[in-house]
Write a protein that binds this ligand. Sequence first.
Ligand code: FE2
Ligand code: FE2
Length: 266
Amino acid sequence: MEQTNKTTIKQSNKKTQNKVQKNNQNNNQNNTFNKTVKELKQVLTKDYICVNLKENPFSKNINSLNKKQIEYVLKQYSIFPKHIVSFLETVRNKSEDNKFKKIVVELTRNIGEELGTQTHGITHYDLLIQGVKEEFNLNISKIDSEESTFQFLANMRKTFSNKNIFHTLGAIYATELSAKPELLIVYKLINKYSRIIKSKKIDDGMLKSFFDMHISVWEPGHEQELYKACKNYVKTKEDLEEFEKGFKEVLSTMDVWWTGLYNELK
Ligand SMILES: [Fe+2]
Ligand SMILES: [Fe+2]
């Protein structure tokens, strides 16, 4: 009897020990993920110009841009939000194949938002198009991609079709993390345009609420919820390396795009 008790205690001690070890391991892995993301947040504006308010070529040269040039960049830019749902869907489907349930749930929520769950069924893309029409009587729908935008979409598709799930998770995380500073730059361009044609900033209306909601609520939410979901799956050194590669690939692609758009100005 005593022997059995001893064995049971030993077994339960072993179990507790294993549990503690596993918890420590999980904590270490979470710390590594936290640390990597913390570094990537710095890298975003330190090593890349695309969403750096001081270095993005349009933001940097805003004072010398004329009406036609801003129209050009707004029209080309709008093609990106038009495609965002397809990028999100690609990563969601891959996450489903890998049984990364928490990521599937978050990306489904994100896609829902893009398609109108919070905006009476109107997609975010349509809000942008209708907002620009309402504010400036300018039509930016049905725009053909110029060379830089064509290349941009092709490069983004290539990144998202990478076979490694962690690569695509890093890529979609970069897309969500960069969305807020990117929209701040686009908002700056919108207000510059408004000052050129109306001698004032944009009014309260659909376009202003598109930017206000994206900048203060929707995009920070996409980034934070995706971060929390990824933390459960991006574990090993190899996973983190791929995550980082995908992240940087998207930012390089965005740098080339913004630089290309600027060079296309006439
Ligand atoms: Fe959106
Ligand atoms: Fe987003």
